[in-house]
Design a protein. Sequence first.
Length: 662
Amino acid sequence: MPPSFQPPYAVKATGAVAKEGETVPMRHFKFADKLVDHPPNIYTMWDLYLNGNEIGGDTPFLGTREMINGVAGEYVWRSHREVRQSIENYGRGLVSLGLERQKAIGVYSVNRPEWTMTEQACYRQGFIIVALYDTLGAEAIDYIVNQTEMEFIVASADKLANITRLKERLPSIKTVIVMDGDNLKEADKKAATDVGLSVHTFQQVEKMGESIKEETELPKAEDIATICYTSGTTGTPKGAVITQGNCVASIYGAAIVGDVGSFASVDHTDVYISYLPLAHVFERVAQGLHVYRGAAIGYYQGDTAKLLDDITVLKPTVFCSVPRLFNRIYDKVFAGVKAKGGLSSFLFYRAYNAKKANLENTVHHWLWDRLVFGQIRQKLGGRLRFILSGSAPVSPDVMDFMRICFSARVFEGYGQTENMCGGCLTIEDDNTSGVVGAPFPCSEIKLIDVPDMNYLSTDKPHPRGEICIRGHSIMREYYKVPDKTAETIDKDGWLMTGDIGLFDSANRIQIIDRRKNIFKLSQGEYIAPEKIEGVYQKHELVAQAFAYGDSKQSSLVGVIVPDQEMYGPWLASNFPNVSKDESYTSPEVKKALIKLLTAFGKENDLKGFELLRDIHLTGDEFTVENDLLTPTFKLKREIARNVYSTEIDAMYTVLSNGRNFN
């Protein structure tokens, strides 16, 4: 995209001049002279829901796959009109059980219709939603429940036994509402009641509200909508206090840029697949946009291994995901092309390169889309209008790949829990990879100097610095930790993100570093591990990578989880006498793999000090369940360091003794 490119709206720049009394120079950009807060007559999330309900009417709203003898069939739908009645009755039922306005209610489940219905009922009644991540450990659940003095939890049936086990450590919990009453085991219910819990099914609570006609107080924009606990990569989780007004600002911000042609527009004909954790604000905003527009939401079965099957049946028009999944699709497609070879491979690369050369103009091609990319497009249902990547940076190569192979517009968003995801979005028809676009209409952004890392807002040709965001979507505070709030939001309302960015010549933001995750090697070189891991994870033999550097050492080591689908054939071809289990500790296998990865790293512009000099191979994936990933699939670096401390120390010992595979 040429430097003269400008989005359809004006991105205002206020220059690099500090305000009076401010010692840090800055570059400062925003959507327009006046930040957007909310549309007319929509101040709360309940107002926003009513808008979508009116648009949707009798059309499908929430859908799940019908299970027949344990086999998932077609999606079965409830209409907007049906669901609204259930939400209102359910909300009144919660009131009748004693849940008070602006009190916390936990939600403990994977994504399902009852999660969304609970969310909307809470918006209407002014309850505070607190997500208990499906895979949070007991200590984090203890902390969250006790800090919020939570009395109610809405959970799927499989979580009741866990709540019961923790009851002694959760004295405030009195009532559990089971979402899927048909799956509630009598033994689990009895065990829960024996420890003093009152157990109801979702349907029972909904029935309680049917006969209640009295209307309760309507919500207000300043009411707390949710306390969203940051999963975090280290330390105790912090609860970001998000108001209803904060939520509306982010969701309406995404909607209005669609209306003015800067982002894809969502309407009542769209179908969205919900699988990213609703505990995270990325999915909450994505769903909220579809709710506001009266669209349909289909839920996955709860098993990511079956996600592609769910997508094939649902055929969504919108797909939001994270780089981890996109990287896997990228690996599988290119590995498949390589395996086929011959004419098929030649044709694929001919088509791929032809589309890539013209990406500046379009993601479509009249011939190659049908002849070469049709089957690939079917992997995501075949009718995607657009794809949105969020949660973590995605490689420019992978962004290009998604545009080329799925013939869809691919956007990248940037935001944090603390600003309800309302940071930046890339621009319609701008297929430049490696940028995260322009500020949300509800936000303004500035860059401040980070002198110890040599990032300055006065840098030429592009200003660089820590990204700071201010606007209507910024959280009110961290719950009950004012010192952490003061560290994160300054006196002028600027949220300090910890991310390092630059503004390019088209006023787009590019994420180039992370302040907190940067470390130095002994020779003084700064290392950004996410960048390095992103490169290695593009290799067909690598599913996951963890790059680690000790500040007393001059080189990096890493933990590699091979892609099992590709690793087996590679191993059989190169080391036929070595079993997969034996390969993880085989020096010969490690040497061969390091040689491949080193060459690949150099091809992808990794500098010498950024290459992994030794690796530990493991067949155990980094997962949320084993606490190595956050619920949004970010690596927990401190925990990974502790888990693999023995292996890391051993690798550094080997390197110190002079053995080096590179």
